[in-house]
Every structure is written in C-alpha cells, then in structure tokens.
Design a protein around this ligand. Structure first.
Ligand SMILES: NC(=O)c1ccc[n+]([C@@H]2O[C@H](COP(=O)([O-])OP(=O)(O)OC[C@H]3O[C@@H](n4cnc5c(N)ncnc54)[C@H](OP(=O)(O)O)[C@@H]3O)[C@@H](O)[C@H]2O)c1
Length: 246
C-alpha cells in the first residue's frame, strides 16, 4: 500500500518542495492551501496523472478545515498516515510596533493551526495505531529570530513545545511527532524578506556560507515520514548551516 500524506501550505516554497520529495518517494500527497484553485494547480503540476496528488482547501485558522480535509483524504484514498504542518505566515514588523490584530493573526495561522492539526489528525492516527506528524518550526523559535518578527519567533517556539506535548500524548499509539527547525533556506520567503546587500551579509554570517536547500528539507521530511522512523519523537531536527549549535 502506498503511504498517504497531507502537507499544509504546499502551494509554494518549502511546502511545495516537501510535497515534491514525498511524491518522488512514492507517497500519495494531498497538497493544501487557503485557496482550492491554488492547491489544485500545484497538485496537477506535480502529478499530471492526478493519481498520486490532490489539491484541497485548508485554512489553518479553522479547526473544521482539518476535519474536512481528513474526510476528503479518507474518501479518496481510505487512510492518512503522514501530516506535515508547514503552513505559516512570516511578518517582520519591529517588536514594539506589532498590533494586537497582527499578533493574533500570526499566532492563529502558525501556532493554533499546528495545535488543531495535531489534535485532529493525531486522534485519527492514534485510533489507527500508526502515524507520522512533522511540524515545521524555525531557528527563530530557538534563538528569538533575526530577520523575522517577535510573533513569528514566539509561534515557532511554541511549535517546538507542542511537538513535545503531542509526542508524549501519542507515543504509545504508534504515532511519532517531530519538528524541523530550518535556518535561512533559499526560498521565495527569504528572498522577499531579505534582498541585495542584506542577503549577502546574511549569507556571510552563516558558518557554512550559503543558504539551505529546500529539497534537502523535503528529503528530511521523507526520512521522518517512513515507518522505520519509529525511534525519534518529540525531537527538533536542526538544519541551520551551523548558525545555532546545541
Ligand atoms: N524559508 C525559510 O528559510 C524558512 C526558515 C525557517 C522556517 N521556515 C518554515 O518553513 C515553513 C514554510 O516556509 P516557506 O518559506 O515555504 O513559506 P512561504 O513561502 O511563505 O509559504 C507559506 C505557505 O503557507 C500557506 N499559508 C499561509 N497562510 C495560510 C493559512 N492561513 N492556511 C493555510 N495555508 C496558509 C501559503 O499558501 P497560500 O497562500 O496558498 O494559502 C504558502 O503555501 C514555514 O512553517 C516556515 O516558518 C522557513
């Protein structure tokens, strides 16, 4: 049986690369985004036969969207084994200027979304006795962030904690929960946030002297999504070019 995965925020950047690597490794993948047409477009792009990929609308601000996505995947493929909580918004507003509305927005998409995803999909996986949940956090959640905002960094720190909470809750039921904490990756988000000379300075400050690779993040997700990855849970996997060692 092919294993079945769902990736949130798969319409661009790391989510797209993760979906691509999962498909290449033989998984069936539901690619999700806020907008159905956008999700269906990337699914068709990655799998023109439309046998192994499908696009679904899933806004991480709504718990009901996770329940609907689970029902849709089960209706199409009969099971769901892997969830990658990748969707996030990244704002870089200076800490003393963040409004209540903007703070709540970032926390709702990034942190609350990851919480309800782990709750809804985790319950289903525990019932089935098998599952792999992979949460995208960030170096910013470990070191407080540099180019990104306080709300973003706080949400990513919380995701590291949620990863441990759900890992403990689900470990005895065959479900592992891990996090990946990338430093700056060569991706549309980093180029939108930092450009020109600032990007050169950022790169020069990375011990390995280059940005990270999105395809490698996808390969790491594939490793953690395999049945063999049954002895790592509650862990945060650092991919930061040596920017943060612990
Ligand atoms: N790029 C990096 O260097 C880097 C570094 C550290 C951590 N990360 C983490 O890696 C993940 C992916 O980053 P990225 O750079 O690929 O981000 P990105 O390019 O900004 O993509 C974010 C994705 O999230 C989706 N999204 C936004 N709001 C959403 C919502 N309310 N509900 C559902 N989906 C939503 C977007 O899709 P739609 O707009 O179509 O909905 C998009 O596909 C994030 O968790 C980020 O924190 C990235």
């Amino acid at each position: 049986m092919k294993h079945i995965a769902l990736v949130t925020g798969a319409t661009q950047g790391l989510g797209y690369a993760i979906a691509e690597r999962l498909l290449a490794a033989g998984f069936r993948v539901a690619l999700t985004g806020r907008n159905l047409q956008g999700a269906q477009k990337v699914a068709a792009e990655l799998d023109p036969t439309e046998d192994a990929a499908m696009g679904l609308a899933l806004d991480t601000r709504n718990k009901a969207d996770f329940e609907d996505a689970l029902a849709a995947v089960q209706a199409r493929w009969g099971a769901l084994h892997v969830v990658v909580n990748n969707a996030a918004i990244t704002q870089s507003t200076p800490v003393m200027q963040i409004s209540q509305e903007e703070f709540d927005d970032v926390i709702a998409v990034n942190q609350r979304g990851t919480f309800f995803s782990c709750q809804v999909f985790g319950a289903h996986m525990a019932e089935a006795g098998y599952g792999r949940i992979i949460n995208m956090t960030s170096l910013a959640g470990q070191n407080g962030g540099t180019s990104t905002g306080a709300h973003y960094a706080a949400s990513k720190g919380a995701i590291i904690t949620l990863t441990k909470v759900f890992a403990k809750e689900l470990a005895a039921r065959g479900v592992t929960v891990n996090a990946i904490a990338p430093g700056p990756i060569d991706s549309p988000m980093v180029h939108a946030l930092v450009s020109g000379e600032r990007l050169d300075a950022l790169t020069a400050g990375i011990p390995v002297r280059h940005l990270g690779n999105a395809q490698f993040i996808g390969e790491l997700v594939v490793q953690l999504a395999r049945p063999e990855a049954d002895f790592t849970t509650g862990a945060t996997w650092d991919v930061n070019g040596g920017l943060y060692m612990r």
